[in-house]
Design a protein around this ligand. Sequence first.
Ligand code: LLP
Length: 439
Amino acid sequence: MFLHGTQAVNEKGHLTIGGCDTVELAETYGTPTIVYDIALFKERAQGFVDTFESLGVNAQVAYASKAYSSVAIYQLAETLGLSLDVVSEGELYTAVKAGFPREKIHFHGNNKSESEIRYAFEQRIGCIVLDNFYEIDLVRSIARELDQSMNVLIRVTPGVEASTHSYITTGQEDSKFGFDLNNGQADRAFQSLKDDEQLQLLGMHVHIGSQIFEVDGFVKAAEALMHKMDVWRQEEGFICSVLNLGGGFGIRYTEEDTPQQPSYYVKEMTEAVMRLASSIDYPMPAIWIEPGRSLVGDAGTTLYRVGSQKEVPNTRTYVAVDGGMTDNIRPALYDAVYEAVTANKMNEAHDEVVTLAGKCCESGDQLIQNARLARAEAGDVIALFCTGAYTYAMASNYNRLAKPAVVFCEDGRHTLVGRRETLEDLVRLDVPLEKDWLS
Ligand code: LLP
């Protein structure tokens, strides 16, 4: 079992996070509940900030909040000096509710709607990352109409294939995202923007994918963009002041995973840019990054309670918990592998190999195939590690299950930041039929 961050075992043999007894948290808030280790989130954020400081590079660390979006995490992100990457009106609205400084918000997405773009202008956010020609025209026409300017970046796909699940690679040529760097699209976007007085072109953006362990892809992508920046300088005398290198830094989900520290990837990429900049005598651009998973992923732990069990003789034992693919779709969607512990039996041997199943009406609703747990009994509290990213954010109400509660823990304190959905919440969007439909 791998404990990480502030996780420890107390005198009762219970798992603690941020000095809080997880069995008591399960009592207090119910289950499932996602618990965030706030000290670990802060440590991860500081790791990125310190890396740039030690390199002496002008930088922005933008939290890619699609990983977990809430008012509370945005409030914390602000105190840590982070910028924010949002991808929808919904995320932007959440940031506005959190009072996040608008000039530090970057807006992403491959199909931003007109109303989303108008909202971004209204809020005077820091930057729109332009993804396609349709969007350039749309953003430009809104800027003209409002007589307002906006910083923009051009998102490019550099043709770098990252070794990760195919659903989460984004840097390859055949991608729905961005302008192709090699077939002339990025150049056309540049030509269209370079002299625009209202859309102020800061530079380029790249994001090659997510949960990547190899540093090579990141470095190659950064170099490819620098080469293009050099071409634009030589041909047009244009200097990019910002290079946004995206996120995607892999994290450890299980003991078998051996990623580098997230900040290691950033250091390697940035040093590659520094080397190239100095060799071609290009003014060092500001480096922006957008980590999501590597900021919140391993800070999150989901607490479930065990209910039924079923033994399939000579095959396996299913241990079912009170959540599943509704609060964590990743095993079903990406074959993602997790580890869990029996939080109320930390001092007992974890030598029962079982399939940890959810409660949804799908055979594929399995959270862990071969979980090693203490002998399971109804009422046990299971803690599933590293669920801070893309779990709550991707949660659904399949089978009309309620979305879980979210709790932050630090230094022995805990606080609710996401209320568990109630039955009333589950029907709040339903509109009953009038009588004339029922006769
Ligand atoms: N920047 C852009 C433009 C992105 O598209 C993403 C993630 C990020 C930054 C943050 O990437 P991260 O540091 O979190 O890897 N649902 C999938 C992951 C999808 C990632 C989407 N884009 C999963 O559960 O693995």
